[in-house]
Design a protein around this ligand. Structure first.
Ligand code: HEM
Length: 207
């Protein structure tokens, strides 16, 4: 929990301070993350191959949309795509590490449910990851891209289930993070829906 919280704090501070450089040098950052991931893959346990760093990036990506209008929201939203891509690279490394581990120790077909939910989350994450690169995003219609990226909610639910079903000492922490996000997202949608109501009424009257 401490590792995740400290990582989240550092990601927020770095993104706030260096948002312009992160956007400018994003390809180099992806490359650096990929190199770090390859190194981490060869090690026994690191915060990358254990899943903590990928999760921390995604927690920032999830919660930033819920912040009120502010300078911090503006800066973090500006690098949200970059944070999601880096988070995906680290999450993929973690997933692959455990898949290889399960094959090496012959328990791939007899793993606990959370293992398969982890795999499902990565399957959902892959199209989101690939279409987050600007070069590919440019080739997709805006509406189609937005529709596809609604899948990120399915990804969040799967990651939440993956972590909660592990049922370790961090169960309450994951419950608060993912349960809290669910409640806050619903409240946010409700607020947006009720704020949009008067506009619709006006339109109906005008018609
Ligand atoms: C192929 C996909 C995945 C597989 C096979 C997988 C497998 C696993 C396994 C077996 C564990 C338990 C390790 C233990 O016993 O301590 C675990 C833990 C973890 N996973 Fe995954 N995972 C996958 C995807 C993900 C994704 C997409 C995320 C987050 C974005 C994630 C985040 C984590 C975290 C943070 C932990 C550590 C939980 C803790 O110790 O509190 N995993 N994963």
């Amino acid at each position: 929990m401490t590792i995740t919280l400290v990582s989240i704090l550092l990601i927020v501070i770095f993104s706030f301070l260096f948002f312009k450089s992160i956007r400018k040098w994003n390809t180099w950052l992806y490359l650096g993350s990929a190199i770090l991931s390859i190194v981490s893959f060869t090690q026994e346990t690191t915060i990358i191959n254990m899943g903590y760093l990928g999760l921390s990036f995604f927690i920032v990506v999830m919660f930033v949309t819920l912040l009120d209008k502010s300078e911090i929201k503006k800066r973090l939203m500006g690098v949200r795509a970059e944070l999601a891509v880096i988070g995906s690279i680290f999450a993929l490394t973690h997933g692959l590490k455990f898949i290889v581990f399960s094959i090496d120790f012959s328990f791939f077909w007899e793993a606990p449910l959370y293992f398969y939910i982890g795999i499902a989350s990565v399957v959902v994450m892959l199209p989101l990851f690939i279409t987050s690169f600007m070069i590919i995003r440019k080739k997709i219609k805006g509406k189609t891209w937005k529709k596809l990226h609604q899948l990120s909610y399915v990804f969040y639910v799967l990651v939440g289930c993956h972590l909660i079903l592990i049922q370790n000492s961090r169960l309450a922490f994951y419950g608060v993070i993912f349960g809290g996000y669910g409640v806050m997202k619903c409240l946010d949608l409700y607020k947006k829906h009720t704020q949009a109501q008067p506009k619709n009424t006006k339109l109906t009257h005008a018609n």
